[in-house]
Design a protein around this ligand. Structure first.
Ligand code: BJW
Length: 239
């Protein structure tokens, strides 16, 4: 721990890549945890793909509504708050990149968090909108839809097989290329291109620190692994 604090103290630019474990101590289940993960009952490909949504729009929409309701009831934890406070104390020194769609970094005060996988709070049209498609006048339903052409609203998140938003991916890649320290917090490191950012930072000579109670796919590029929960570890590291 003192070593990592020294690394943080001397780093010119820090990139932080977060995943679902970041919000675990807020009470948001992770994706791949065998006991409590959101996908313990469902296979990801049954829910988080465009094909799944087209095949079972109600089931997928209701799953997202369930998660939206859950997230409305939780709050940012000490880890989210420590990152936001660090950014406020050291403007421009830390780039926060998140795979999370829960908005908790933003609610903690990290207004410039790069959201690689979108945001659960937002919707968009499933198909290219026609002139009749007006988000102000959707017909309520599971999912809501255009009363004229039937185009469906869908969560504005990134599903498997979809491109990440290019400005977000570009900004994240720039941060991974220029940082001299990357903290990888609460992610299994299984999903690309997000996981590739840690490989980029490592390849470019940055120190990489993985913060996760469990072993991850990204431990191979880590200079150090701290096997601790994020909300306990980050406040001490970043104080
Ligand atoms: C704690 C903790 C505590 C617990 N403290 N830690 C290269 C190789 C192989 C495959 C691919 C590849 N490149 C692309 C792919 C395909 C695919 C992919 O990666 N598949 C893999 C599964 C193999 N990627 C894609 O499809 C991506 N798109 C793409 O590549 O497009 C290319 C394209 C080009 C041209 C045209 C079109 C397309 C898109 C990926 C989108 C991922 N979307 C999801 C769903 C978002 C919406 C939603 O929320 O429903 O994003 S999937 C899901 O996984 C979600 C997460 O952001 C993401 C990562 O999960 P995360 O955050 O790591 O969570 P977990 O649960 O896995 O891990 C939690 C961790 O926390 C664990 O390690 C715990 O131990 C830990 N933990 N408590 C700290 N207190």
């Amino acid at each position: 721990m003192p070593t990592v604090r020294d690394w943080i103290g001397s780093a010119h630019h820090i990139a932080v890549l977060t995943g679902a474990g970041m919000s675990a101590e807020s009470g948001v289940p992770t994706f791949r945890d065998a006991q409590t993960g959101l996908w313990a009952q469902f296979k990801p490909e049954d829910l988080a793909t465009e094909d799944a949504f087209r095949a079972h729009p109600r089931r997928v929409w209701d799953w997202y509504q369930f998660r939206r309701d859950m997230i409305a009831r939780v709050a940012p934890n000490a880890g989210h708050l420590a990152l936001a406070a660090f950014q406020q104390r050291h403007p421009g020194r830390l780039t926060l990149i998140t795979q999370n769609v829960d908005g908790l970094h933003q609610r903690a005060g990290s207004t410039d968090a790069i959201a690689l996988h979108g945001n659960l709070a937002d919707d968009r049209w499933l198909d290219m909108p026609r002139d009749c498609c007006d988000p102000e006048f959707v017909e309520a339903g599971h999912p809501p839809h255009c009363p004229t052409c039937g185009n469906l609203r869908r969560p504005a998140v990134v599903w498997f097989g979809e491109m990440l938003p290019l400005p977000a991916l570009d900004a994240a890649q720039k941060a991974a290329n220029r940082c001299d320290l990357m903290l990888v917090v609460g992610t299994s490191g299984l999903v690309y291109p997000a996981a590739g950012l840690a490989h980029t930072a490592h390849r470019r000579g940055a120190r990489v620190v993985v913060i996760n109670p469990e072993a991850t796919e990204l431990d191979v590029v880590a200079d150090l692994c701290l096997h601790e929960p994020a909300a306990q570890c980050l406040p001490t590291l970043l104080e």
